[in-house]
Write a protein that binds this ligand. Sequence first.
Ligand code: NAD
Length: 497
Amino acid sequence: MNQSVPLFIDGKFIQSTSDQWVEVTNPATNDVIAKVPCATESEMSRAVESAKEAFKAWRNIAVPERARLMLRYQHLLKENHDQIATLLSKETGKTVVDAKGDVWRGIEVVEQAANIASNMMGEMVENVASDIDSYSFMQPLGVCCGITPFNFPAMIPLWMFPIAIACGNSFILKPSEQVPLTSVRLAELFEEAGAPSGVLQIVHGTKEQVDFLLSHQDIRTISFVGSVPVAQYIYQQGTQHFKRVQAFAGAKNHMVVMPDANKAQVISNLVGASVGAAGQRCMAISVAVFVGSAKEWISDLKQELSTITPGVWDDPKAGYGPLISAQAKQRVIGLIEEGKAQGATCELDGSQCQVDSCPDGNWLGPTLFSGVSTDMSIYQQEIFGPVLLCIEVDTLQQAIELVNHNPYGNGTSIFTASGGAARQYQHEIEVGQVGINVPIPVPLPFFSFTGWKGSFYGDLHAYGKQAVRFYTETKTVTARWFDDDIPTGPNFTIQLK
Ligand code: NAD
């Protein structure tokens, strides 16, 4: 397969006329599997124009009808779950189990979008003054857009467009140029579900295409998920152009291990949460903070991690897949070398890992560091690979201070048998998503995905009620009706249209 990835503009899958294309590779082999265009300026303009036009009709479609589109879409996504997961595995390298999870977490958001009417309910106060009532309701904004990363090609686009469109907006998606194929399949199924032409558009490209969207006057909102420098850039540029922006960024997530925790649970959960999906999850645990005597479990953790091996997507023995690209692998190896040079103890080094059936893949074995301090670059940077750092502290309070001192605030977790310790942790920790004996506390879509601090720029988060607020404007009406105008008498009849 070496296909040209189509754009999806005005309800049609079309080939770009661009002279700039990016190669899409299979990370397990580095074979080129497709090429994706950097959309031309006129293609970008057509996408915005078509989305603007589609919004005029779509905003007036009854809310239950918009919800029914999501019900049909959810059904089709479930029917095609395995097929989407297989495609997703090929472009990301994820194991099939992981890929199915990626699609499933997106389907759950579509289910939430099907519940849009109850989430769009307004408010009312009767008699705010004599004979006067006030009420507010939500209306869609217009053309919204989303820019997504490589690591969840199904889940993250599905965080965005189903909720935005259920609210009555139209949407332009610019997926990661590293994994554009899954998005195209998501769009095909959306069309099959009955989405009107132009309500969803897909454009492809890199910085130039993103800059076009950031500055276009007809685009009302920008939803972004990706790395810290790009998130900061998107937030600054988007708000400078008076757009509503939510920008989800990188992370450094800590798991605090108390000495009274269930040791077997700690070890198996730490292994899965740190190297699962090759550590390429924004909610992966990348730092384990051992409190007091819990540090004695590090040798068992090392033993368990050493049994995990990466492999190709359909190998049932594979613990996880390759890194997304050769550059990503080289970057992680560079950080591992810096960790060693800066004095951390490399208990397990995955740099030389090979998978015999695919010698050219971007493989990296599980890597474990102990004796890590907060001034080392492996602690200060998001590694985004199968690398776990161990830090030792004496008390829970010291653990809390360490985590709170970190600039990121996406996710964290505490493993303990003490309700008191868990309660103190959940109360004092300055992180937006907290797990108690749960390693990766990603909220289900009736809540919102609530990263804090350097992991999020904006005010309203993804999915849940916050997303409905993000994709709508509130209108407040103050209404007065006069008693004198009430028709009276036996001959009064209501004139129907
Ligand atoms: P990335 O920032 O490189 O790319 C994300 C998107 O931005 C892509 O669509 C890309 O084309 C575009 N882009 C890249 N450079 C740009 C530039 N200079 N100007 C404008 N647009 C640009 O991120 P990635 O490597 O694809 O994804 C991994 C990152 O995403 C990690 O840092 C991870 O933590 C983060 N992430 C965060 C969350 C979260 O919810 N906080 C979720 C998933 C991933």
